[in-house]
Design a protein around this ligand. Structure first.
Ligand code: MN
Length: 209
């Protein structure tokens, strides 16, 4: 199987009380595991089985709905777990590359928070909110429907995501029911900014080549 379900970098109850253990368990072992298995089944025996997930997503318009939905689901959740931490929250370090870039783009952390929260709150139905780096190295906030993401050639705004928030109901319904804004607010308490900063630096290094 080319793609494997990544382990969570913390325990299922580690993000409590912001994200509860039952949601985390079901989300990882059922939803993410399901996307991973279905992606593997969809690409089995095809040329895609040898490709990196980023490359599959970049030409996803040429692929089946199964590859689009499950490839997106596999990638998006892998990123999502990695950008959260029980030691998270706060703001990016002001003297870090990401901290400086965010200050240039958003003026203030609160301005970023407002933009990202609005993207997450106004995404109708299922989808994701993202902080991304575009091809020129500029940060931007966007959202995508269902399991799409900004790496996909079908995305309205293309870029490399460095922070993502799942706003599908399965990500928050057990604890927050219909109160998506409360879930969005809780997410900011667990963002792993060191990890987001590492992703930012990696994208910028790749763009500089
Ligand atoms: Mn999900």
């Amino acid at each position: 199987m080319p793609f494997k379900l990544p382990e969570l970098p913390y325990a299922y109850d580690a993000l409590h009380p912001h994200i509860d253990k039952r949601t985390m368990t079901i989300h990882h072992t059922k939803h993410h595991n399901g996307y991973t298995n279905k992606l593997n089944a969809a690409i089995e025996g095809t040329d895609l089985a040898k490709k990196k997930i980023e490359d599959i997503l970049a030409s996803v318009s040429e692929q089946s709905a199964a590859v689009r939905n499950n490839g997106g689901g596999y990638y998006n959740h892998s990123l999502f777990w990695s950008v959260m931490s029980p030691e998270g929250g706060g703001e990016p370090k002001a003297n870090s590359k990401l901290g400086k870039a965010m200050k240039e783009t958003f003026e203030s952390y609160d301005d970023f928070k407002a933009q990202f929260s609005a993207a997450a709150a106004t995404r109708f139905g299922s989808g994701w909110a993202w902080l991304c780096v575009d091809a020129k190295g500029k940060l931007f906030v966007t959202s995508t429907p269902n399991q799409d993401n900004p790496l996909m050639d079908v995305a309205d705004q293309k870029g490399t995501p460095i922070l993502g928030l799942d706003v599908c109901e399965h990500a928050y319904f057990l604890k927050y029911q219909n109160k998506r804004p409360n879930y969005i607010a809780a997410f900011f308490e667990v963002i792993n900014w060191d990890q987001v900063g590492k992703r930012y630096n990696k994208v910028m290094r790749a763009l500089a080549k």
